[in-house]
Design a binder for this molecule. Structure first.
Ligand code: 3PG
Ligand code: CO
Length: 554
């Protein structure tokens, strides 16, 4: 039986209004011309760093510190928010899939047996849908390659890949490299007697990988291309498809590539999805494949007209939502994230307000609560989503930061909530566009919004913690091994659209914080999981004993 009671903190008073603000995609990095945060005017956030050195520090937000397989892995929002919400370093999807493939356990589990029925007992095709890159955020191509090989070794005779181009977790333009590798690997499988081909594709931000129901049209485009075999662009090979579409539409890129379908000599799609086939989504991360999973799995589905709903054996690489049991079948069990901070806090009567805009709403709720959808306790929590714009965010770099700040301010001033948790998305979402000018506006908007929230906290004599989930806006240039920015043939610096490996800042303060409370100095390698005990202290509690240690001394 779990003891949910939390002892009171010896010096920090329970009930002092507390703001926890996550700046998405905001790392502490080398201050050069390509650091969008450094180039922006951010007096509020600078003052946190310079004004109170004992209440400002950096923490690790990438690699093994957040449960990723290696320290070459950049951080991301899923693992970052999981760690901050859970207070523990949890081995994440990427590593769990690696282990299941390496040990071969994946092939002995019931998920694989289920999909295998389609082609071992019947004539079904094995389809794979997902992101083709080595980003390691949503998927990894080497895992797909191993899985396809594993299927062929187990008798699979027909494979179709529906691949999404990345350019967001990896460099723009790298899709050609990854699809060339994919085509080569499929050719090798053909030589082993499996008819293996790419069947359809498109850019991840325009086709299939929407999140948090921001825009179902994206998923509909994917359904049309992958399932129905319908897209305006038809080709006989995926690399040719990407190259030709880009030549015809110079403004497009890997992230936003229009959908394409691969056809045979007669013009028939080579891999539309039919009754009796097996479909596996090979992404391990949930947010951007939950919608497509629903389209495959739900009998009652009204988000778009599926036209045809094939009866397939459908599985995810992981189960993406444990509460919804979505999907029912999966190849690898997801990380079990138990006894998250939110569960303790509601059970100790902490009135919580969580808010972000659509693009990050599930980050401060679903990911924060250990990948649980819905609230932990309706009596103690209010969740507010602010609808995100539907455009590449360099077109509207202010995003909804001002609205989030306003809503948070009202929640702080209401006097009702103990704990106001927000995520401000701009550094990340605009950082992913690679547009430096827009990133500067984004960071300046974030700074002003933080000021609004901090002013409100000051008014009520509260406490704040400002931190971030991983880097992004802090480096906007691709670099060589020595750190020198890479240039294209015209001499322009190649933009970096992905996250960075930088640590993130963590600042605490507010007039409600007793004067002696400051960061301890004996945990220089602390990571995001250490902030959980820290903010539980700031809420007036001692943290559970098995959480990563607090960063505070008093
Ligand atoms: C995305 O899904 O937008 C990127 O792959 C990762 O960004 P996030 O981890 O910040 O959401
Ligand atoms: Co991001």
């Amino acid at each position: 039986k779990i003891d949910w009671r939390l002892p009171r903190h010896p010096v920090i008073k329970r009930g002092t209004p507390f703001l926890l603000c996550v700046l998405d995609g905001w790392g502490e990095n080398v201050e050069d011309d390509y650091n969008g945060i450094h180039k922006a005017q951010i007096p509020t956030i600078k003052a946190l760093k310079n004004g109170a050195p004992k209440r400002w520090r950096t923490i690790k937000a990438h690699g093994t510190a957040v449960g990723l397989p290696s320290d070459q892995d950049m951080g991301n929002s899923e693992v970052g928010h999981n760690a901050m919400g859970a207070g523990k370093i949890i081995e994440q999807g990427a590593g769990l899939v690696d282990t299941a493939l390496r040990s071969g356990n994946l092939y002995n589990d019931k998920g694989f047996s289920y999909i295998k029925e389609a082609w071992s007992n019947g004539p079904g095709t094995q389809h794979f849908i997902g992101l083709i890159s080595d980003g390691g955020v949503h998927s990894r191509y080497d895992q797909l390659a191993q899985l396809m090989k594993g299927c062929v070794e187990r008798g699979c005779k027909k494979i179709r890949v529906h691949g999404l181009t990345d350019g967001r977790d990896v460099a723009e333009g790298s899709s050609i490299k990854f699809f060339t590798e994919l085509e080569k690997d499929l050719e090798a499988l053909c030589k082993q007697g499996c008819d293996a081909r790419v069947a359809s594709g498109g850019g991840r931000m325009y086709v299939t990988m929407d999140r948090y129901e921001a825009d179902w049209k994206i998923v509909e485009r994917g359904w049309q291309a992958h399932v129905l075999g319908e897209a305006p662009n038809k080709f006989t090979n995926s690399v040719e498809a990407i190259e030709t579409i880009k030549k015809k539409n110079p403004e497009t890129n890997d992230q936003y590539l229009p959908p394409f379908v691969i056809i045979d000599k007669n013009g028939t799609p080579v891999g539309s999805i039919k009754d009796g086939d097996a479909v596996v989504i090979f992404n391990f991360r949930a947010d951007r494949v939950a919608e497509l999973s629903k389209a495959f799995e739900y009998q009652n589905f009204n988000k778009f007209d599926r036209k045809r709903w094939p009866k397939v054996k459908f599985a995810g690489m992981m189960q993406y939502d444990g509460d919804l049991k979505l999907p029912k079948h999966f190849l690898v069990s997801p990380p079990l994230i138990e006894r998250v901070s939110g569960s303790y806090l509601v059970k100790n009567g902490v009135r919580t307000f969580a808010c972000s805009e659509t693009q990050k709403f599930g980050h401060v709720t679903f990911f924060w609560n250990g990948n649980r959808s819905g609230k932990l306790d309706h009596n103690f929590e209010t969740y507010q989503e602010i609808t995100s714009d539907l455009c590449p965010f360099n077109e509207k770099p202010k995003m909804k930061a001002e609205q989030i700040a306003k809503v948070a301010k009202d929640a702080i001033l209401s006097g009702y909530y103990d704990y106001i948790r927000v995520n401000v998305a701009n550094g990340d979402m605009v950082g992913h566009t690679g547009d430096m000018a827009a990133v500067i506006t984004a960071c300046e908007t974030v700074d002003k919004s933080v000021k609004v929230m901090l002013d409100a906290i000051e008014k009520v004599g509260g406490i704040y913690m400002i931190t971030a989930d991983h880097g992004n806006a802090d480096d906007m240039a691709q670099r060589d091994k020595k750190g020198k920015p890479l240039k294209d043939s015209e001499g322009k610096v190649k933009p970096l659209t992905s996250h960075t490996l930088a640590p993130v800042p963590c600042a605490i303060g507010g007039s409600g914080l007793p004067p002696n409370v400051e960061f301890r100095t004996d945990l220089p390698n602390a990571g995001l999981a250490n902030i959980t005990s820290t903010f539980m202290n700031l809420l007036g509690f001692e943290a559970p004993a098995d959480y990563e240690p607090t960063l505070l001394k008093w």
